[in-house]
Design a protein around this ligand. Structure first.
Ligand code: SIN
Ligand code: FE
Length: 310
């Protein structure tokens, strides 16, 4: 498949990336070059997914071998790391390799933090660092663990155990496939409000006492809010809706090996289509730090529900 390309004309502002040869429609996403002194938040917040025109996150030869080794062992697939606690999950490997994977993810967490600081200084200190993941499952070839976890279906991200209470989910992805393959996404047309109009009738607010029970059972790390409950309901409804999955108008975007892209994955309905090795860093962004808080999923849902949801 032909890849999306980063346009390398002189950097005058947000630019468009187009695939040269592609199936059905126009396949575009915005590419951002850093412009000192300018505030790029509005572009990211309105587009939802953008490619960053930056030096790639580079792996050393040892890191490439590490990724390849654990990729091919058939046991440890996706791994995640909590930069706040230093704990790694999903690594079935010897002590040495586990430590090396942790170091790689820690290095990526630092790198992604620097990228956000460089391109979006206005989000500043309000950003909260979330988990880092190394995604080694082949999107096409490795079966998902359940339909709910199947990121090949169009969805918005919503977390079952980690309530966000309206904060935005901002993720920094980097395609590090050692074999040089692209990662490809489908992005549904229409954006958040269309998605919410379609699925809000299949989502609900919390029942009285429900958040306390979930937390008491340690199913959530803190109290789930109405916002989190509604986002989860819409996430599940979309993944279950075969008609939506089959017919929703969408564009396809290919991220070549070495490329970096940022996504507000709570805003832009997306699905992984292909690819097999990526790093990802999650950040939480308070609504008040956005250039346009009214465009946030929280404020849109509150408008549609006519009620405060956190
Ligand atoms: C996602 O669905 O949030 C990520 C898809 C991917 O791993 O590329
Ligand atoms: Fe997702």
């Amino acid at each position: 498949m032909e890849s999306g390309e980063v346009d390398d004309r002189p950097q005058a502002g947000p630019r468009t990336v187009e695939r040269r040869k592609s199936p059905p429609a126009a396949h575009t996403t915005t590419s951002l070059a850093r412009q000192s002194g300018s505030d790029l938040r509005g572009v990211l917040e309105s587009d939802g997914v953008i490619v960053i025109d930056t030096e790639p996150f580079r792996l050393s030869q040892d890191e490439i071998e590490l990724v390849e080794r654990h990729w091919s062992d058939g046991r440890s697939k996706n791994s995640s790391y909590n930069p706040n606690t230093g704990i790694v999950d999903g690594v079935i490997a010897g002590r040495r390799s586990a430590d090396e994977l942790k170091r790689l993810m820690a290095r990526y967490a630092d790198w992604a933090t620097a990228v956000i600081g460089e391109y979006f200084p206005s989000y500043g200190d309000s950003l909260e660092l979330g988990r880092t993941s190394l995604r080694r499952r082949s999107v096409q070839d490795d079966p998902p663990l359940s339909r709910r976890k199947d990121d090949r279906s169009l969805h918005l991200d919503a977390f079952t155990s980690q309530p966000v209470a309206g904060r935005r989910i901002l993720r920094v992805f980097c395609n590090i496939d050692p074999s040089g393959g692209e990662r490809e996404w489908a992005i549904a047309d229409g954006g958040f409000e269309d998605f919410a109009q379609r699925f809000r009738g299949r989502a609900r607010r919390l029942l009285p006492g429900e958040a306390q029970v979930l937390k008491g059972l340690q199913l959530t790390k803190c109290l789930r809010t109405d916002y989190d409950q509604i986002m989860l309901g819409m996430h599940d409804a979309a993944k279950r809706d075969r008609d939506y999955q089959r017919t929703a108008p969408r564009r396809y975007v290919a991220f070549p090996q070495g490329s970096t892209w940022l996504a507000f994955t709570d805003q832009t309905p997306h699905a992984a289509v292909s690819g097999q090795c990526a790093l990802e860093q999650t950040f939480y962004v308070p609504v008040d730090s956005l250039a346009d808080p009214a465009s946030s999923p929280l404020r849109i849902l509150e408008r549609l529900w006519g009620a405060a949801l956190v």
